[in-house]
Every structure is written in C-alpha cells, then in structure tokens.
Design a binder for this molecule. Structure first.
Ligand SMILES: Cc1ncc(COP(=O)(O)O)c(C=O)c1O
Length: 456
C-alpha cells in the first residue's frame, strides 16, 4: 500500500519485518521475543500500518509527538533548513541555534536565560547534574524512586524505576527518596496537605542524614511521567525549592516529558510558579522530528561558567536541523495556541471523560492528571487498592494489561501501558472529537480489566 522509496530496499511489509528482525537491535527487549509493527505513515494524531489499519495514538509514541505527526509547517521548516545548512559544529555560532535558544529561554521562567543543547533527554540530565556538581562543589544527587531520567550511565543511576537494576552498581552519590503519591502514600497520609508536609519532611530528614553540605542537587520530574503521572500536591514544589535554598542545593526540574504543552503550560512548573535552577527538556521541544534536548540554565549557574570552562560537549550540540525544527515548533505552538488547547483538553474533555469511565468501570482505582497527561490506575479491588498487576510485572503476571492493550489495538487505539496503568497521552494537538473517539475505545477495552476485578 505504500509507495516505494528510492534507495530503500525495505519498502514492503515483509522486507521491513525481515530486515528489522535480521539487523535492528531494539531497545529494552529480548530480541527474538519481539515482533515490531511496521509503520507505513502517520498524520495528525494517527499512524497507519502496512495493512492500512489506522491507530489513534494515545501514547504520542514515547510521549514526545506533542505537535502531532507530519505537521506541514514543521516539515517545511526542516526541509528549508536542510537545503540551507544541515550541520555545523558547536563552537561556531549559527542562526538556527541562537534563535532556538532565545525562544526556549523566552518561554522558560525568568532568570533562566541560557540553553545547552543535547541530542535527547538522558544527555540533558547528565549535563544538568554535571553543572550542579561543579557549581556547588558537592557530589550527592537526590532523585525519586518513582522516576525515569534516561538510560546513560548517570541518568540510569538516577532513575528510580526497575530499569536501573541491571545497570547497578551505578554512579556513587545517588540517593533515592519517596515523592508524594497520595493514592499509595508511603506516609499513610489521608489528604494532599498531609502528603505534601510528610513527603517534604521525609526529604528533609534524608538530607540531614546524608549531610546537607554533601548534596549538589535534587532532581525531580515536575509531574512524574512514565512512573505514574503523579501531580505534586499544592506546596510541594515550593517546599522543595525552600529546602534547596536553605541548604544551597541546586533544584533540577526534569521536564523532558512534562514540558512543551504536555501539562497545559510551556513547562509544568509554571503551574506552581516555582523557579528551578536547571530545567532539562527534550521530546516536546520539537516533537522528535529531529533528535533534540537540552538544559536551561539559571543566571547564577551560567555565571559559574562565565570565566571557568564548562567541561562538557557533544559533536551535535545545537545541531542546526534540530534547532530549526525547535524554532518552527515553538512558533507553531504560539500561532495555533497549542499550550492553551492542551490545558482545555485536560479540563474540559479528558478529565471529565475519565471520571465518567471511573463511574462505570470498577477496575479503575484512580484517574489523575492535567493537560494532555493522564493516568488510569487499574486495581483488582478498590478497597485494598491491590494493583491489577504487580509492580514491574512481566510475562504471565502482566497478562491482564497485555489483554487490555490488545483490545485497544484491535479497536484502533494505540495505548500507553506501564505496570498497572494506562496513560492517556495523545498529541497535544488532538481534537476534542478525536479524544472522545479514543475514550469510547477505552470504555470497551476496560471491560477486559473489569473481568479481573475481585472487589465488591
Ligand atoms: C522525565 C524523563 N527524563 C529523561 C528521559 C530520557 O530521555 P531520552 O530517552 O531522550 O534520553 C525521559 C524519557 O522518557 C523522561 O521521560
């Protein structure tokens, strides 16, 4: 069904599958146990396989295609830059790079004016942590258990979730802590205010035990993404900021997933009016049309490297093609009001739609989120909150979630599934009508998870 691409032998489904199986080594996978679906094309909120079956993408790939697929203006900007200048190394100045940095600083909180570009999120985290260590002259970094920060050596050590385990022993000086999560409170809290106060006290206690003067940074996802869409309670981020100020610790907001309209703001942290010292970004900055990430740097930390060398760099830091796509993407976000659209989708369509599903499906323990960043947490019993599948479930243990995902796919919806949750994270440009279409499919697929419900 697809038009052959000149120079590509792999244009029919069978050849793509065969060459993929024979030559592509996939991430996070036992190579012979996977069967990647070949994708032929994509547009807006949908992608299409080689049989012509179309999927409404409720995952935005890896929660990165915020602007939707094949936005014509973004594609044109990349083509235009490609025809002008594809590549120039980082020590030169370049218009695409300067403009991208200027626009990113403009939408970031005031006082964060400089951008260090990377190729993605993990490298952004590596560099943010390096900056914090050099700025403070300290080594330890705090990060939450329920987190993912990337797969490079430092970022995977900082990651709290089980993807860290095979990489251990990791980098020394990483301390994990419990962030707020009222539905499964580590602190037996009964409401948001308690959860906020107790989780801040826990963080403060750990800093005391570790030695405040040894701590360089607290790294946290402003709204935890893959590990649960955990929206912090009111006052939590301000509380972390206050702890950082008290002890001279750098606050790093990892906005790789939560930034660029995902939470109905330019950066999720805008919602709470808190100014971190460093912000890491990637994904939504240009929706992954060309790989790009980076660190937005406060004036204080930038000053540290004003007359002192910053010991870090990448051949492709500030790559013109990637930067031109960020420029175009940010301008499109402004022209089309994508941040505002994302906010209203959350408030008017996704949030109310999920609440309705929760009334109907007993296996829904909780729905939570904001903007275009939502989770449905599935349980076997609402009373005990026993998760539908255990933490880090695999193979047979994960079967109920696998059946749920298959039901979604059969009905033309591509879901994002993690542990006992499905996340509702379509592109931020998805229309209300398309979201409703997806919610109707979820409604049908949730009958599968209801069958595992044992509560009364
Ligand atoms: C919050 C967060 N930080 C960092 C990363 C790593 O980004 P990348 O995969 O681009 O290295 C991710 C990826 O999902 C992420 O969600």
């Amino acid at each position: 069904m697809t038009t052959p691409v000149p120079g590509f032998a792999s244009h029919d489904e069978e050849t793509v599958r065969r060459d993929d199986r024979d030559h592509v080594f996939h991430s996070w996978s036992a190579q012979s146990l996977i069967d990647p679906l070949p994708i032929a094309e994509a547009s807006g909120s949908y992608f299409t396989d080689y049989s012509g079956k179309r999927y409404l993408d409720f995952s935005s790939q890896l929660v990165n295609v915020n602007i939707g697929y094949q936005h014509p203006k973004l594609v044109a900007a990349i083509a235009e830059q490609a025809s002008r200048l594809c590549t120039i190394q980082p020590s030169f100045a370049n218009d695409a790079r300067s403009e991208a940095a200027r626009l990113i600083a403009e939408v970031a909180p005031a006082g964060l004016e400089k951008v260090f570009f990377t190729n993605g999120g993990a490298e952004a985290v590596e560099n943010a942590v390096r900056m914090a260590r050099l700025h403070t002259g300290r080594n330890k970094v705090f990060a939450t258990y329920r987190s993912y920060h990337g797969a490079t050596a430092g970022a995977i050590s900082l990651t709290g979730d089980p993807r860290r385990w095979p990489a251990e022993p990791g980098q020394p000086g990483v301390i994990h802590f419990e962030g707020p999560y009222l539905y499964r409170s580590a602190f037996y809290s009964e409401d948001e205010a308690q959860e906020c106060a107790r989780s801040l006290q826990h963080l403060r206690d750990l800093i005391m035990y570790e030695g405040p003067k040894t701590v360089a940074a607290i790294l946290l996802e402003t709204v935890v993404g893959t590990n649960g869409i955990l929206v912090p309670p009111a006052g939590y981020l301000a509380g972390v900021r206050a702890i950082c100020d008290e002890f001279g610790i750098v606050m790093i907001a990892d906005e790789v997933m939560s930034g660029f309209a995902r939470c109905g703001e330019w950066f999720a942290i805008d919602r709470w009016g808190v100014r971190p010292d460093l912000i890491t970004f990637a994904k939504g900055v240009n929706s992954g049309y060309v790989p790009l990430g980076g660190v937005i740097i406060s004036d204080e930390i930038a000053d540290t490297f004003s007359t002192r060398v910053y010991p870090g760099g990448l051949t492709y830091s500030g790559h013109p093609l990637a930067c031109a796509s960020a420029v175009a993407s940010i301008n499109i976000f402004k022209e089309e009001g994508i941040v505002e659209h994302a906010r209203s989708l959350g408030e008017d369509v996704i949030g109310p739609g999920l609440e309705k599903l929760a009334l109907k499906h007993p296996s829904i323990g909780e729905v939570r989120g904001l903007g275009v960043f939502w989770a449905i947490e599935l349980v076997r019993d609402r009373e005990t909150r026993e998760p539908l599948v255990p933490y880090n479930a695999a193979s047979a243990d994960a079967a109920p979630m696998g059946e749920f995902a298959s039901a979604c796919k059969a009905l033309g919806l591509w879901p994002f599934v993690h542990f006992n949750r499905t996340h509702v994270v379509p592109p931020c440009t998805t229309s209300a009508e398309e979201v409703r279409e997806g919610l109707e499919i979820l409604d049908q697929a949730l009958d599968v998870t209801d069958r595992y419900y044992v509560g009364s």
